[in-house]
Ligand binder design. Sequence first.
Ligand SMILES: Nc1ncnc2c1ncn2[C@@H]1O[C@H](COP(=O)(O)OP(=O)(O)O)[C@@H](O)[C@H]1O
Ligand SMILES: [Mg+2]
Length: 486
Amino acid sequence: MDTGSGNEELKILYLEDIEEDAVLVKRQLKQEGLSFKFDHVSAEHEFRDKLNSEKYDVILSDYNLPGFSGIAALLISRKICPDVPFICISGTIGEEMAVELIHMGASDYILKDNLSKLHVAIQRSMKDVEERNARIKAERMLVESEARLRDIILSSYDLVWEIDRDWKYTYISENVKEILGYTVNEVIRKSPFDFMPSGEKERITFLFNEHVRAKRAFRDMENWNIHRNGNMICLLTSGVPVFDDKGDITGYRGAGKDITDPKLAEREITNMRDSLERLNQHLDEVREEERASIAREIHDQLGQSLTALKIDVEWLHERFSGSIKEAAKLEGMNDLITIMIKDVQRIASELRPSILDDLGLVSAMEWYINEFEQRTGVSCRLKLENIEFTDDKKNLTLYRILQEALTNVSRHADADNVEVSFFRMDDIIKLEIYDDGKGLAEEAINSYKSLGFIGIRERLKKHNGNLEIHSRQTEGTRLSITLPFN
Ligand SMILES: Nc1ncnc2c1ncn2[C@@H]1O[C@H](COP(=O)(O)OP(=O)(O)O)[C@@H](O)[C@H]1O
Ligand SMILES: [Mg+2]
């Protein structure tokens, strides 16, 4: 609808029994520059017919009509087209009558000797109608929006909530009954913290207050709550602050997702992983103990017997006066026993290097690398600082890691050179093993199939150590092991 100021033509219905007055009004509006179409009627039946058959933007009506009145015309028009503004034009109208007219729904009234005000009255009344229509539209939109919100909340699995500045619920969605076991009425005016076990209550209050202080939204805050039946319920909650005109927080609103089932499953997996790790470490310790005792048996029993045998064979050989052929046999036996003694020492050392206990970590590593060089032909360069842990288990861990790394080099790397360095940086001990072999694929580093690397990581975990593997195809492999000194 147009307010009459634009180019659009207004449709005006004018009820007036005096022809000259109608002409006057028409002329006045023309003078004001109003663009309009004017229907003039003078009797009730004409008035009704026009209202029923046409659509007008504004109705003008005389107050005193023969056999009819402005009041009656007003009542008729309110029935037929209540939204069209009705302006009364009268020669004489008392204050009381005017008030009565407005009360009954007229938009305005104008005195005939003051027609210059008519144009403004028309514009104002049409503006009122426009505003009213806008208000009605806004109200309808609000109702629709509320219905939409209600439907979304009803069909959502999330717990939708709102709390005031005392952190008391002013709204909670119906599904609180399923999620926490309480009805809406039982929850309203309570605080979300009322449903948390102690400990959790303090933790979440602390986290929440940080967001309140910063006046910001929070996302995915995990919080544990007690269901009416005593079970623990984990919610993943997000919320935004609500502000008043001054920018102060008047509350929060948001939604929470029930993640109890996945949370419990996750917990179980963590527990299982923990016990698996503990079992593994236990098995490792048992294995080391067994190795040590087998190594002792082999070294002490077998080693001593072989040494005694060697002395006897040498004794026999010295005193032997038989044929040269038989003497050569004895000498052969002696050589074989010497090799066997060396084998026994090597096997015992691999099982549990006594040298580690006797001479310490660095000598044991030197000895092992030397052995490796001779056995494989890979040339080794060493840069070893003389460091020793007071904790024997740490020494053994590093020794075993070196063994695994060098075994990998001989098995997989196809390398010509190996560099081993062992040094201390502040409170961190570093062991680095580099080979110039073919390198390894990125996938091998974290693959669940790489049991050697997994073993190294687990051994290190026990001592808060860490393994990093750097490698590029054809550019060799570097293992960096770090371990806190204390
Ligand atoms: N020094 C290396 N050079 C090249 N490839 C290596 C090296 N060390 C390990 N790899 C690769 O990484 C894989 C995983 O090693 P590891 O966990 O020790 O398992 P395993 O030696 O039992 O195969 C090996 O199978 C091999 O393909
Ligand atoms: Mg390996």
